[in-house]
Design a protein around this ligand. Structure first.
Ligand code: PFF
Length: 456
């Protein structure tokens, strides 16, 4: 099986560390530093954080292991994997297709935020945010994001950059850059945390983040925590099925998944610690939504000695973190399109990027000229963000869990996760119990609670 598959044709990852770096590169991105804090902010803080962590380790890790296993077993893209592993039941391919569609939609709004990030690189190089009051910083963000020319220009640059890397093939450039730059990002986050928690009035922010108040947990908040966990780990979409196709046979998928989930969670919590104390210290609202990080962090930099240098390094690294994530999204869609339409890599990348230019620019314009267009009371950007992360991701995860827990042979799953019996893998029975019973029940319960609004 899989001799004509992805890993073989394109050259897979060259080491376990390379695989971890690439998958962690996909997981760690704007989801941790931009989306996590504002989602925590909108959902009441500490209780949300606890739930989030529970979802990451109880459901996220087993689902990540499953995706990597399905990819490595089949050596196929997200759709092809189901085709190969369930040859007599074609309808399973729908799960893969759902994932590809969700990935495309996520990339459409994500690319808007990559554009903002790039703009902040330029702004901090010019010192454009230095010496501004918190109100002026917020105003500068609004002026920029509601415009047309600049946000679109930076967005297009980012889309093209991603396309170029994916055209070249992922492994060389990205494996290497992620390995070096992710640790630097981590150190910088630590530094920001130290500055933020020593701001006057910071305690309130730490309270908000770490003191759970379960009365604030509504059904929607629980569903948002689940969606955020999946968004942040890049699971439920088949992106990691695609990456799994590049993973070496001898790698330990359990270890790989635990390392990625831990690193991802650590970065998310660090960005919470960097942001919430500052939110309260500067008298802002934690529930202000997608603009939160871009309005808060410049103030933290402004209050540091040498803040401008740190700001530049930070936004450069954030752009790189975002790039390793957008690469994985584009790669997953491109791998599918290449297979499905018998296209070569470069034309496939050009076609998908062309489509993304349209959907992505519409999302950018939804902050400015299209801000009057509302879907279910939200802007196009807000609607897509909610639709994909909160609803489509958990639904996609249900498909993957159903496949692994109820359709796919247990012996095959065990074989793949224990590397043909070479690994001891005592955790397998726990893993399998989660996939068969706990995950389907939990996912369904959370979806129903979220959709019908239990508890609020
Ligand atoms: N996990 C990425 C982040 O946290 O920024 C976002 C992401 C990447 C979502 C890849 C989906 C995906 F397929």
């Amino acid at each position: 099986m899989g001799e004509n598959g992805l890993g073989k044709n394109q050259g897979g990852f060259t080491s376990s560390f390379g695989a971890i770096a690439a998958a962690a590169g996909s997981a760690i991105g704007l989801g941790n530093i931009w989306r996590f804090p504002y989602t925590v902010g909108q959902n009441g803080g500490g209780a949300f954080l606890l739930l989030y962590i529970a979802f990451v380790f109880l459901l996220g890790v087993p689902i990540m292991m499953s995706e990597l296993a399905l990819g490595r077993r089949s050596r196929q893209d997200a759709v092809g994997a189901f085709h190969v592993l369930a040859p007599r039941h074609r309808s399973w391919m729908f799960v893969g297709f759902w994932g590809v569609l969700t990935t495309f939609l996520i990339y459409s709004f994500y690319s808007v935020v990559t554009g903002w990030t790039l703009d902040y690189v330029v702004l901090s190089c010019q010192g454009g945010l230095a010496d501004k009051s918190p109100a002026e910083v917020s105003q500068a963000f609004t002026d920029f994001s509601t415009g047309t020319f600049w946000p679109i220009l930076y967005q297009v640059i980012f889309l093209v950059l991603t396309a170029l890397v994916v055209m070249l093939g992922v492994q060389k450039g990205i494996e290497k850059t992620s390995k070096i730059l992710m640790p630097v990002l981590f150190v910088l986050m630590l530094l920001l945390c130290v500055r933020s928690v020593t701001l006057p009035g910071a305690g309130e922010g730490l309270d908000f983040l770490f003191r759970p108040d379960f009365s604030k947990l509504t059904g929607t908040a629980v569903l948002s925590a689940l969606g955020q966990a999946m968004f942040s780990l890049s699971i439920g979409l088949g992106v990691l099925i695609t990456y799994g196709a590049y993973v070496r046979k001898e790698d330990n998928l359990f270890k790989t998944s635990v390392i990625i989930a831990s690193a991802d969670t650590l970065i998310a919590i660090l960005s919470g610690i960097a942001i919430f104390p500052a939110v309260f210290a500067f008298g802002m609202s934690p529930a202000s939504g997608p603009s939160l990080v871009y309005e808060v962090l410049p103030n933290v930099f402004n209050s540091m000695a040498g803040g401008q240098i740190f700001a530049i390094i930070f936004f450069v690294l954030l752009s790189i973190a975002a790039l390793t994530s957008t690469i994985s999204m584009l790669e997953a869609v491109v791998a599918y399109v290449m297979k499905r339409f018998h296209m070569r890599r470069v034309p496939a990348v050009i076609c998908i990027t062309g489509l993304l230019l349209v959907t992505g620019i519409v999302c950018t314009l939804s902050f400015g000229p299209l801000s009057n267009v509302k879907i279910l009371g939200q802007s196009i950007f807000g609607f897509l963000d909610m639709l994909t992360a909160t609803y489509m991701l958990p639904l996609g995860a249900i498909g993957i869990v159903a496949f692994m827990g109820w359709y796919y042979a247990k012996s095959e799953a065990r074989d793949e996760l224990t590397n043909g019996g070479l690994l001891k893998a005592r955790y397998f029975s726990v893993y399998y119990f989660i996939m068969k019973y706990l995950a389907p029940v939990a996912l369904l319960a959370v979806l129903i609670a979220g959709i019908f609004g239990f508890g609020g």
